[in-house]
Design a protein around this ligand. Structure first.
Ligand code: DGY
Length: 332
């Protein structure tokens, strides 16, 4: 009589590179979602039954209510650096490890932050729409004149790895004066390397010609840019959000753009995405992209690979590469 040893079961919530599924299948019985169906919470809960691990994409809410009904679950591995979908306290209490995917997307995301800044300041999409609509009939001296980028003041809110990578691009590539605000200042060495100067949030808002948001989303950062903060910015300033929806009050921003409280905005993330505040869709002085800052093939593969490394590392070898609640990792 032959006995088959059951592999541990894991869930992959969304369609992903086939190689990811192959790597996981070497160790686990994998329930994947090749059709990329969007599961609601009840469906996610149903599919999590009997699973010890789940490959998540940064949007699946993992909280106490869900965990109380998933007694077998040991690890949730986000393929994103952001992890505001995890209630880490509840996960730690339930002995469930959370992991994310830092570092591998830093430079790609910073590239995109800069692309969005350039497109916004120099009115790239607005002028392209004008051209495509057949409205370009003659040259004029002030047509789509935008904001200067080189030599201007770059403000960065949130000076983690991505913020620092944006600072280096601004200072070294574009001769910008870089100022930043963060929970705590960087070390003198890092400040020197990024050529960045720490200022208060108020000074940041008042002084930046281009303000890039790279702060993680949490209850504390919810609507940290609203009407009052926008009111402190220069009327010529641009605002770039590549962090998370909800950090900016999108309704207040749409109003501020409409009444030219600030000149323009570039947004890759939105409150309640993929829905976008209808008034943002109406104003011309905003560049809108569908949460693609880390979207190059190489980077998305690296992000997914890191999530796989975390699942295999933790469930097979007993340690994860990038644990968010390492106290659970240590107890394994
Ligand atoms: C992340 O990794 O958090 C990015 O926003 C991509 O989703």
């Amino acid at each position: 009589m032959t006995s088959t040893i059951q592999k541990p079961r894991i869930l992959v919530t969304r369609a992903i590179f086939p190689q990811v599924i192959e790597r996981l299948a070497a160790h686990f019985e994998v329930e994947a979602n090749p059709a990329d169906d969007l599961w609601d919470r009840a469906e996610l809960l149903r599919r999590l039954q009997g699973k010890v691990g789940v490959f998540t994409t940064g949007v699946e809410r993992i909280d106490a209510a869900l965990l109380s009904q998933c007694p077998d679950l040991k690890i949730c591995a986000n393929m994103t650096v952001g992890y505001n979908n995890f209630d880490l306290q509840a996960m730690t209490a339930a002995g469930v490890l959370g992991t994310n995917a830092p570092d591998v997307l830093t430079e790609t995301t910073a590239d995109f932050g800069f692309a969005l800044l350039m497109a916004t300041a120099r009115r790239v999409t607005e002028s392209e729409h004008f051209l495509r609509a057949g409205q370009w009939t003659r040259w004029s001296y002030d047509m789509f004149s935008g904001a200067e980028v080189h030599g201007s003041t770059l403000g960065i809110l949130g000076m983690g790895r991505i913020g620092q990578a944006i600072a280096r691009r601004g200072a070294l590539g574009f001769g910008m004066q870089v100022i930043y605000h963060n929970r705590s200042p960087l070390s003198a060495t890092l400040e020197q390397e990024c050529k960045a100067r720490y200022v208060s949030k108020e000074d940041l808002l008042k002084s930046a010609d281009h303000l890039v948001l790279v702060v993680p989303y949490s209850a504390a950062s919810h609507h940290s840019i609203g009407a009052a903060e926008l009111g402190l910015m220069k009327p010529t300033a641009t605002l770039i959000n590549i962090a998370r929806g909800g950090i900016v009050d999108d309704a207040a921003l749409a109003k501020a753009l409409k009444s030219r409280v600030i000149a323009a905005a570039g947004l890759d993330v939105f409150e309640g995405e993929p829905s976008v505040h209808p008034e943002l869709l109406q104003v011309p002085n905003v560049v809108l992209t569908p949460h693609i800052a880390s979207a190059t093939e190489g980077t998305r593969r690296a992000m997914a690979d890191l999530a796989v490394n975390n699942l295999v590392g933790y469930l097979v070898q007993g340690w994860a590469v990038t644990p968010l609640n390492p106290e659970v990792n240590a107890a394994a």
